[in-house]
Design a protein around this ligand. Structure first.
Ligand code: ATP
Ligand code: MG
Length: 572
């Protein structure tokens, strides 16, 4: 590709709404362009990277025995009504009506559609297992679309769905996908971890997320410093504390705490540590159920654990009116004593005694409170978020915390969809069996963005070779110089003959500008063609990542570079 004939609208300025580096660099490098919130054009350079990710995904899915098809993006609402998700799925589902007033949605995921295919075509165990996948544009009306392709509303996903006659078969299908995912992200040249994850609203029993490690990741992940255990913080189980609470030694007291609402302020005022106090959070879920949760003052609630315990999909902190109604006091003074709603406590609370908490009265807290003597709870549950240094739930090691970007997800779905949608086959005994499903997603655009989060420097992107939009950039320092032009053109043609993907910077621009652009675009290998080095029968060759420059003899240069590209791809 010749730069002068390409469509590569780079930007000097970073768009104001680009908060994370991948979004900034993708916009500046002319890869994407915003059309509306969470909706982007994939410009030619961006599309090249998207295609690279897609091709790796496609090859590995095919190799693992999955079969590609393409389902519609616009899905009839009645399928979603059959599964129950028309009601269950929140506002992320973009619902629309056609001219006959029939309900449709734009598919955010395709369990219903694929289940309909299978139930209409497969009726014997002999036709199983089958794993169907597609690479397709999805729509989710995300509450906060942001970070460019990382969390868009419209985005490209690879989604696969496996169907087996029993659990044992489904486990094998799952394992194949798990291994295929490992190969995919290894081939992309990314540092990643597969972590145990929460199964969320999609239902099911077991799942792993594939996380690209990056400081800017939205997800926190724990891993054990001594065993293989790794999990999303949402999921990370914690051991129950050992021992019992010390016997109460203080009477219940009441202290005025005017305008002190946060646990830190109250603790400071009482000359206590937050860890010796209890905070009481009042939540509401989608069934309008109100529940109070007690936590050690220095702990954070893990809302996913609470949702799972309550069997709900959505939770929010109760609003001021609801807090007043439930506790009789404004937010900041809640406590468990005398509450009429359900009260749950994190398991760590079970070993505490003589603690401070809210009095359910404006401007007052209580001291010397004790569980059992002063109040009851419905249950002690593992409800808090893991922190670095917590004990590993699997061994005697300690948990470490780092950040990651979820690029892929494998789920054991079980029979959630096959049961409600009546997808069955006859087994080898002629008995009717409900199909056991798995579903497996990869965010194509998010993977490209995550690659940038992990691979960049102050000057721009540093593509891993397997994802690079071009593998080599040939920069003519002064294309008006005939010797430079001729040598540059020849090298360009020779590289093309070697099967290398080359961008030829033939623009009539200052070399400094060209170097800056090359760094921004992140093309892994650069060759500078300049009059001075040509006199010495050589090119200047530079690696984007190390910045190292060497002189390369003109003779055999294309073959040497092609070899380096192939080596880097194989290492991928
Ligand atoms: P998240 O927790 O980030 O919202 P999810 O659990 O909703 O992700 P899945 O339903 O498992 O995601 O979708 C499969 C894959 O699709 C994800 O692993 C991710 O890579 C990608 N993905 C999901 N939502 C988006 C989005 N809004 N923009 C870009 N990619 C997305
Ligand atoms: Mg989501």
């Amino acid at each position: 590709m010749r730069y002068t004939q390409y469509f590569l609208p780079t930007l000097k300025e970073t768009p104001g709404d680009a908060e994370v580096i991948s979004h900034q660099l993708m916009a500046r490098a002319g890869m994407i362009r915003k059309v509306a919130a969470g909706i982007y054009d994939y410009l030619p350079l961006g599309l090249r990277v998207i295609r690279k990710v897609e091709n790796i995904v496609r090859e590995e899915m095919n190799r693992a025995g999955a079969i590609e098809l393409l389902m519609p993006a616009v899905v009839p609402g009645n399928l979603w009504e059959e599964s129950g998700r028309w009601q269950e799925y929140g506002k992320e589902l973009l619902r629309l009506k056609d001219r006959k007033e029939t309900n449709f949605c734009i598919g955010p995921t395709h369990e219903e559609v694929v289940t309909e295919i299978i139930r209409g075509t497969v009726n014997s165990y002999r036709q199983l297992p089958v794993n169907l996948y597609q690479i397709q544009t999805k729509f989710r009306d995300e509450l906060r679309p942001r970070f460019g392709l990382m969390r868009g509303r419209e985005f490209i996903m690879k989604d696969a769905y496996s169907f087996d006659v029993d659990d044992a078969g489904a486990d094998i299908s799952y394992e194949k996908m798990y291994q295929a995912y490992r190969r995919i992200f290894e081939r992309c040249g990314l540092k990643f971890r597969a972590v145990e994850a929460d199964s969320g609203t999609i239902g099911g029993t077991s799942s792993h997320e594939f996380m690209v490690l990056a400081e800017t990741g939205e997800d926190a992940i724990v891993s054990c410093d001594s065993c293989e255990y790794a999990a999303n913080v949402e999921k990370a189980e914690l051991n129950a504390p050992v021992g019992d609470a010390p016997a109460p030694s203080q009477p219940l007291g009441k202290v005025a705490t005017p305008h002190l609402k946060s646990i830190e302020d109250v603790a400071r005022f009482l000359k206590e540590k937050p860890s010796t106090m209890i905070k009481t959070l009042v939540f509401q879920n989608e069934h309008d159920e109100v529940v109070a949760v007690l936590l050690r003052g220095d702990r954070k609630l893990n809302e996913v654990k609470l949702c799972n315990f309550l069997g709900c999909n959505h939770l929010q902190l109760a609003d001021e009116a609801q807090v007043r109604k439930t506790t009789g006091a404004p937010t900041g003074f809640s406590g468990p004593i005398g509450l009429s709603c359900r009260v749950l406590a994190d398991q760590d609370v079970a070993v505490m005694s003589d603690f401070g908490l809210g009095a359910n009265e404006e401007n007052f807290h209580l001291t010397g409170a004790n569980y059992g003597r002063d109040f009851q709870v419905e249950a002690f549950v593992d409800l808090r978020e893991a922190v670095a240094g917590d004990d590993c739930p699997r061994c005697t090691g300690k948990l470490e915390i780092w950040r990651g970007i979820e690029v892929g997800h494998v789920f054991k779905l079980g029979t959630k969809y096959s049961e409600t949608m009546n997808a069955t086959v006859l087994d080898d005994q002629g008995k009717e069996r409900i199909l056991v499903m798995g579903c497996y997603g990869i965010g194509i655009g998010r993977t490209a963005a995550a690659a940038i989060e992990q691979n960049h420097d102050g000057n721009g992107i540093i593509w891993p070779m397997p994802l690079a939009p071009f593998q080599v950039i040939v920069t003519m320092l002064n294309p008006n110089d005939e010797s430079v032009f001729t040598a540059g053109e020849k090298l360009y043609q020779d590289l093309l003959d070697e099967g290398v993907e080359v961008l030829l910077d033939d623009r009539d621009e200052r070399p400094g500008r060209k170097f800056k652009d090359a760094d921004l675009l992140g093309i892994p290998l650069r060759i500078n063609v300049g009059a001075r080095s040509l006199k010495e029968q050589s090119f200047e060759f530079q690696e984007r990542r190390s910045g190292e420059r060497i002189m390369l003899p003109i003779d055999g240069a294309a073959a040497t570079i092609a070899e380096q590209v192939r080596t880097a791809l194989a290492a991928g």
